[in-house]
Design a protein around this ligand. Sequence first.
Ligand code: IPM
Ligand code: MG
Length: 399
Amino acid sequence: MDNHAAIEQAKEHFGKIIEDQLLRIENMKNEGDFVDYQNKDEIVIGVVGGDGIGPFITKEAEKVLAFLLKDDIDAGKIKLKEIDGLTIENRIKCGKAIPDDVMEELKACDVILKGPTTTPRKGDGMPNIESANVAMRKALDLFANVRPVSVPEKGIDWTFYRENTEGGYAVGSQGINVNDDLAIDFTVATQGGSERIIRAAFEYAKNSGKNKVTVVTKANVIKTTDGKFLDTAKKIAEEYPEVEMDDWYIDIMTAKLVDEKRRTQFKVLVLPNLYGDILTDEAAEFQGGVGTAGSANIGKRYAMFEAIHGSAPRMVDEGRAQYADPCSIIRAAGMLLDHIGYSEEAKRLQMALDICGQYEKKLVLTGRDTGATGAEYAEYLMETLSREDLIEVYNSYQK
Ligand code: IPM
Ligand code: MG
């Protein structure tokens, strides 16, 4: 293809991207406010196993949810609904990140608990299907990726508000190979998309009493999109006089997270998608690795909760899937409980996870037959949850 034809083709492609994004902005403007779960007669929790160890660990998290919500499940207020078919085999067969029938089932739920799904990557022989995570975040407009990281003994208590539908991810699978020599990707920031995530971070900072928001960008170089994000943050900060705001560039921020004196000053951090992806992995490492963290993907209509780690296909190949650690997805289930208004149950679950995993350690998970199975561990957790002295036990370890 000559240059002229290549340019024309690229322009057409770019035009389509702009059209799609303008349409997305229209839809965003028409979306209602956050769902009020208190006033719902029935809350449907979709449970999606995913790939690899996903179905194994998700089953354990589902048992824990069923245990904690038993009364309201019996009363018909809560429904747990298993959704099959979000597997890499089925997605390849349908040629879609999320098959249509699965998408329909997801949309019939209020909130979703999701196991890890395999993402094909360039060169691994699988077709170029978009990540199911990314597709679900976009399709259900789950714009706030909330990732808490806490290491009390080091004074770390961070809550990340990662923008979850825009930035480099908005059209991540729609870059242009103009010709063999030139490849271009796009990054997207919208006014509404920036406002809603930044406002969510400020609301949380205010309501939690943390009263501090750190905005992370690279607005000195990525001037247009990150510039919009930062300018929007400065404007929104004026609406929250009680919340202190500071702003950092992503490069120095990654350094400051390892600076023991400085890092304890960060509380709530808000940042565009890709920086949030990277920084939250770094942050989770201080807490014991990505396997220890839960992740909430929150939109106005839907919300999805997941483990941060991957699907570990090797554990399945080696016949060790039943030994996979379900704690990350169980933590995600705790965030789900909190989100739909069961904050007391969520708190008890967090205490039980800490007692079993950090203090009492009657069972340990090693990922192989030298340790407990996920099912045995879930039993241990539920026994701990049944203890009448749960809170006293937890407090006795907090000194
Ligand atoms: C995450 C993951 C995903 C992301 C991958 C699996 C596409 O790294 O949830 O942080 O990049 O968002
Ligand atoms: Mg990530």
